[in-house]
Design a binder for this molecule. Structure first.
Ligand code: FES
Length: 108
């Protein structure tokens, strides 16, 4: 089930926007012309990734030095944590939509 979560113009102007989809906290990130949705808490020690910073398609955690590839969620080399969960998005009618079914499915 697809849900609209944020206006596209708002995401472009703010770069990182917090959202809550069916009880799950996540963030939307605008990077290199793409909208990416991912979990909000860092898989390492649950820092708030909404406070992180972007470099290209990498999102850097605000607490430690780990970063995540926003295409696949992979964490930077040497960290013992699982990848960041990435959720499907699409842009339609000036809105960013998220696949809420994927948000609620168990992590693989
Ligand atoms: S809490 Fe994010 S890298 Fe440690």
């Amino acid at each position: 089930m697809w849900m609209p979560v944020c206006g596209l113009s708002r995401l472009i102007s703010q770069t990182i926007v917090c959202a809550r989809v069916t009880g799950v906290d996540l963030i939307l990130v605008w990077t290199e012309g793409h909208a990416v949705a991912c979990e909000r808490l860092c898989p390492h020690e649950q820092a708030d990734l909404a406070l992180g910073h972007l470099s290209g398609r990498r999102l850097f955690c605000p607490r430690h030095a780990a970063s995540f590839d926003l295409r696949k969620g992979t964490i930077s080399h040497g960290w013992p944590s699982r990848p960041l969960r990435i959720y499907p998005t699409r842009i339609d009618d000036g809105q960013v939509w998220i696949d809420a079914t994927a948000v609620n499915s168990p992590a693989i």
